[in-house]
Design a protein around this ligand. Structure first.
Ligand code: FNR
Length: 362
């Protein structure tokens, strides 16, 4: 369908499923084992209900945000999804260009199909970029990468079994050619995820965090935190934030959704310092597809949310224009829902505006 018939982020997924080569669809859409966590990521949002306030003058709505000190037109950033060229010849550059035009922040994946330099060249002069890092066994390689904020992925000492992906034999393509460079011992018969992940260092541990702090002045965010215990360790280690994430359901299956974990984690962080803590951001990703999802996470204490597949499917279907449309859709949904909720700006989105009794607490 033409782009102007796309009404929401789910529509991009439906188009992507039809237009993508089967290998790409399998790699992008798959989640681990029985795919229970990926389903739960969506379901958790549906267990939270709004408590809208009436008779607020909502003539003007402002959903602009600040994420790790960077201005963002939306309280949403683009989360890292590997191998963009499997789905579109311009790969991650679709995201970079659209993000630059609309003031949205992109997190570049370690396993991007485009080189870091290509992405930086496609960015506007002062466009902020975040970087997702899979820590290599060879720590020296890590030092050569430089950006504003570093999101160290901590939920993938080994990549999960994505069986949909594994059933597709890995066939090298333009999208995968770059990341294979310098990676020896890559097995080509176990699906895309396995083929590209053999360099990840499973020995990464809390003791390594101080080392990262010595090699960079960037904010360090741990991506893939699920418990209050680890959230507090991250805070005490001097990290600047965490992402409550289960990697889009692609790692430990039957782990809880980030949204569900948010309540206990915020409660624990409140006991250890100011709240909201300007020096410690709490992000959530997984299953965010609607402006209303974003508002629920913010009401429960998230600083901002990450979207992975939503933007990935947008550029697979319509390139850069698809991503621009996705930003527009999310912005329009945020505006309408904030107006109906009685919140004029992000500061006015309060915990009392949601009934989260459908989410569990310990
Ligand atoms: C991812 N994700 C991811 N995360 C990461 O830290 N490094 C990576 O290389 C990737 N690659 C990747 C590829 C694909 C195809 C997907 C779908 C996801 C996880 C991603 O950053 C984010 O946590 C989830 O995508 C969020 O869930 P949604 O928005 O896809 O539901």
């Amino acid at each position: 369908p033409p782009l102007d018939e796309i009404l929401n982020l789910h529509d991009f997924e439906a188009v992507a499923k039809v237009v993508l080569p089967p290998t790409a669809w399998a790699y992008y859409s798959s989640a681990s084992d029985d795919e229970i966590t990926i389903r739960e990521n969506r379901a958790a949002f549906q267990r939270v209900w709004f408590r809208p306030r009436i008779l607020v003058n909502v003539s003007t709505i402002d959903y602009s945000s600040t994420i790790l000190g960077q201005r963002s037109s939306l309280p949403v950033y683009i989360s890292a999804t590997a191998l963009g060229k499997l789905g579109h010849p311009d790969g991650e550059l679709n995201l970079t260009r659209a993000a630059g035009k609309h003031g949205v922040i992109q997190m570049i994946p370690t396993l991007a199909s485009c080189s870091f330099d290509e992405i930086v060249d496609a960015a506007q002069p002062n466009q902020p970029l975040f970087l997702q890092l899979y820590v290599n066994r060879d720590r020296e390689i890590t030092k050569t990468i430089r950006v504003k904020a570093l999101f160290i992925t901590v939920d993938a000492p080994q990549l999960g079994r994505r069986e949909k992906d594994m059933r597709m034999k890995f066939v090298g393509s333009d999208g995968t050619a770059k990341v294979q460079d310098g990676m020896s011992g890559v097995k080509k018969d176990e699906g895309v995820a396995r083929a590209i992940s053999s360099f990840i260092d499973p020995s990464l541990c809390w003791d390594d965090i101080p080392w990262f702090q010595t090699i960079t002045n960037m904010a360090i965010i741990l991506k893939g935190v699920s418990t209050p215990e680890d959230a507090i360790l991250a805070l005490e280690s001097g990290c600047q934030g965490i992402v409550l994430s289960n990697h889009g359901g692609r790692q430990l299956d039957t782990s809880r959704s980030g949204l569900e974990n948010l309540i206990d984690i915020v409660a624990a962080l409140k006991t250890r310092g100011p709240w909201p803590n300007p020096k410690f951001s709490v992000f959530v990703d997984g299953g965010v597809r609607r402006g209303s999802d974003v508002l629920k996470a913010l009401a429960l204490g998230a600083t901002a949310v990450g979207v992975g597949r939503g933007f990935l499917y947008a550029f697979c279907s319509y390139g850069e224009a698809g991503v621009e449309k996705a930003f527009k859709i999310l912005g329009d949904e945020l505006e309408m829902n904030m107006r109906l909720l009685g919140a004029r700006n992000l500061k006015e989105i309060k915990p009392e505006m949601v009934d989260a009794s459908g989410l569990r607490s310990h």
